[in-house]
Design a binder for this molecule. Structure first.
Ligand code: NAI
Ligand code: MG
Length: 353
């Protein structure tokens, strides 16, 4: 059958992004070999580009990205040389907004052979997927400062929840639940936030009527944080606002044992626009340039990208190889207690494919 060709924009970015992205590309190439062609276009955008041009990407950067099937991103951030709000608002946030990347999907799974920080909790207890609202909520950017510089200065940060957006994010999560254990947890705070979160609960209840086969639990965000530590096995899929799910997925990453492990998929609502796949972690300047970075988060994000593109069999083979690697336990980077380099881990994953 015909070999499919996918056009992928690659933004390694800064720091360890430049190490884990090439490692990820090698693994993805090996996984699709003979079935599909990955046509990479590497875009040298980020903090070096900023130092040369005064911008994180060219003025027509979004137009350039628009034509691709997907975007594979490492990380951006070069503290203390470039301020973090410049790197974030200069590249990643404009992409999320321009392409309406409405959900941020973050699997949280303890991989076989690895020791997480929770005593008596193994891979059979920690296996969930968080869906984070990705375009509005507490990070909508609505607000302002009044009486600036005076003793009675006021700052407003207004959370924005629209029916159109909450409904599509919740619906995505119900569909995802159907592909898993059919248990959905909605993260709320409707006791204290009597407007937006009562609305959130009402939308969840409305959408739930279309999914009678999915069991729904509503948890207050603080209680959810405690439960993730006490009984992570209660979670299958969870949906939360931009802020709540941001915080809970960092907790989730910690449950996995290293920030070098969790991936994320930023999915476009319009399937004709490119979705973006990246590790959850940042540019890790403390370890950058020394081959110490764990490539698993980026390889896993690449598997999510292949799955999204329709290369499900290759995606599943990558996940099986990652699990075989951690189960073996002898080719791991220092964050997992090993001595292997980024490239050695990628190489072993390719052998295990
Ligand atoms: P970070 O995720 O870069 O690093 C936090 C800790 O995790 C560090 O000790 C680091 O060594 C470790 N770590 C991260 N990735 C690792 C990997 N692949 N293997 C092994 N260890 C790893 O977060 P930090 O230090 O708060 O931020 C550094 C820069 O990254 C900042 O400029 C920040 O704004 C940016 N950042 C960018 C993100 C993105 O592009 N999506 C996401 C998070 C942070
Ligand atoms: Mg975060």
């Amino acid at each position: 059958d015909a070999v499919k060709r996918y056009r992928i924009a690659v933004i390694p970015g800064d720091g360890v992004g430049k190490e884990v992205i090439p490692a990820g590309q090698r693994v993805l190439e090996a996984a699709v070999a003979g079935h599909a062609e990955l046509a990479w276009t590497v875009l040298p955008w980020g903090s070096d580009y900023y130092r040369q041009t005064g911008a994180m990407m060219p003025p027509d950067g979004l137009e350039i990205l628009r034509g691709f099937d997907a975007i594979y991103l490492g990380a951006v951030g070069d503290p203390p040389h470039v301020p973090d709000h410049v790197t974030l608002w200069g590249l990643l946030l404009p992409i999320r907004k321009a392409f309406d990347l409405y959900v941020n999907v973050r699997p949280i799974k303890l991989l076989p052979g690895l020791q997480g920080p929770l005593r008596n909790k193994g891979p059979e207890h920690i296996d969930m997927v968080f869906v984070r609202e990705n375009t509005e909520g507490e990070y909508a950017g609505a607000g302002g400062r009044v009486h600036v510089g005076t003793p009675h200065e006021v700052a407003l940060e207004t959370a924005v929840f629209s029916r159109f957006n909450v409904e599509r994010v919740v619906r995505y999560t119900f569909e995802l639940a159907r592909t898993r254990r059919k248990r959905l947890t909605s993260i709320t705070k409707s006791n204290a936030q009597q407007h937006a979160m009562v609305f959130w609960d009402a939308v969840v209840a409305e959408v739930a009527r279309d999914y009678p086969d999915v069991e729904v639990t509503s948890l207050l965000v603080d209680a959810a944080a405690a439960l993730m530590v006490r009984a992570p096995e209660r979670f299958d899929v969870a949906v939360g606002s931009n802020l709540f799910a941001d915080i809970l997925t960092d907790l989730g990453g910690a449950l996995m044992g290293s920030l070098g492990l969790p991936p994320s998929a930023n999915l476009a609502y319009n399937p004709r626009l490119p979705s973006l796949f990246e590790p959850v972690h940042g540019s890790a300047p403390d370890i950058a340039g020394r081959g110490l970075a764990n490539p698993i988060a980026t390889v896993w994000a690449g598997a999510m990208m292949l799955d999204h593109l329709g290369e499900t069999e290759a995606a599943n083979r990558i996940m099986t190889a990652i699990e075989a690697l951690t189960a073996e336990g002898n080719v791991l980077t220092p964050d997992l207690g090993g001595t292997a380099t980024t490239d050695q881990v990628a190489g072993r994953i390719i052998e295990l494919l």
